[in-house]
Design a protein around this ligand. Structure first.
Ligand code: HEC
Ligand code: HEC
Length: 276
């Protein structure tokens, strides 16, 4: 073999080794985070037996089926698999399930990442989490609609290694806890409770909005009267024929499942917020 070919091959092999080493390092760092055991699991109480009919409504209002698939059997959520909840609810006890949704911890002590909005769900009431668990168990067993592929594993390891995939245990505050029973619509505790679970995921803590993406709700509600608000929260259409993006589906597919009492209480609560 001529010397220049040998040299060329050597350079190629060396570069491949460097690339493989870097990829291996990233994979290793990602796995360190993803498989970390966060130790002592907080005990949770999740009142039962859950009201499955209430659970069927809540998976819509809180958007579980927006990310875990319409049938709740799993879906790809921006490259991360939102797992098959019908299977999880069968495999995990109500306690395990409550700990996952509210504290972001799986039964093996690993943390679920912030792709799942645990930070908002941390205050979910015992009766509501039990209701969702009961609803999922009442649905027929389903195979995973979105299997975890090699591509999903590599992507997850990569975003974990770069620090983009924040573990939920870091985000949930020790003081976050849900009441035994969700507040009743119209009571003073209801507005902050409901909007944290149903709106804060996109409109931010305190409902102040997120820069250019979502408006502050105290502002946005100004142009709404009651009939217009009913239309937004049942059909996703705003008052003046503008075209909304994400909020169209939120109105049409999520908020449509609110009870009349909740819709009225939500309107009154948003109108009571002081514009920033
Ligand atoms: C914005 C999207 C989104 C919403 C809304 C959402 N989830 Fe998730 N959820 C995810 C993703 C993505 C994961 C996987 C995250 C990971 O692996 O780090 C997940 C993980 C989970 C897990 C852990 C499963 C496992 O095997 O690790 C449970 C349980 C869960 N979600 C329940 C729920 C429930 C109940 C609701 C509604 C109250 C809900 N989720 C709403 C995206 C979402
Ligand atoms: C999944 C994300 C998401 C959730 C959850 C969500 N919103 Fe929105 N909302 C948006 C976005 C994004 C906009 C900006 C308009 C658009 O792009 O669709 C918006 C706009 C709005 C507007 C202004 C509409 C207009 O006239 O321009 C109102 C009012 C509103 N949301 C109320 C709510 C309320 C109340 C909740 C909770 C019950 C909620 N939203 C939950 C994403 C969300």
């Amino acid at each position: 073999m001529p010397r220049w070919v040998k040299l060329g091959l050597g350079v190629i092999v060396a570069s491949l080794l460097v690339v493989a080493g870097a990829a291996g390092g990233l994979w290793w760092a990602g796995q360190q985070q993803l498989t970390k055991d966060h130790g002592a699991l907080p005990s949770t109480v999740a009142g039962g037996p859950g009201d499955a009919a209430l659970g069927a409504r809540l998976v819509g209002v809180y958007g579980c089926n927006g990310c875990h698939g319409k049938a709740l059997a799993g879906e790809d959520f921006y490259g991360i698999v939102a797992p098959n909840l019908r299977r999880r609810a069968r495999e995990w006890t109500r306690e395990d399930f409550a700990r996952a949704v509210r504290h972001g911890l799986r039964p093996d002590g690993t943390s679920i990442s912030w792709a799942m909005p645990t930070e908002m769900f941390a205050v979910m009431a015992d009766n509501e989490i039990a209701a969702i668990h009961a609803h999922l168990r009442r649905l027929p067993a389903a195979t995973d609609a979105q299997p975890i592929t090699l591509k999903h594993r590599l992507f997850k390891a990569y975003v974990a290694a770069t620090g983009e995939l924040i573990p939920n245990v870091v985000l949930v505050r020790a003081t976050d806890a849900g009441p035994a029973v969700a507040p009743a619509p119209g009571t003073p505790a209801w507005g902050p409770y409901f909007t944290r679970l149903a709106c804060a995921e996109c409109h931010n803590h305190g409902l102040g909005g997120t820069g250019g993406d979502t408006p502050a709700l105290a502002d946005a509600i100004q142009v709404y009267d009651w009939p217009a608000f009913v239309r937004l929260t049942t059909t996703g259409r705003p008052p003046d024929g503008r075209k909304l993006r994400l909020m169209t589906g939120v109105g049409r597919e999520r908020l449509v499942h609110m009870t009349d009492a909740e819709r009225r209480a939500l309107f009154d609560y948003l109108k009571s917020l002081l514009p920033p």
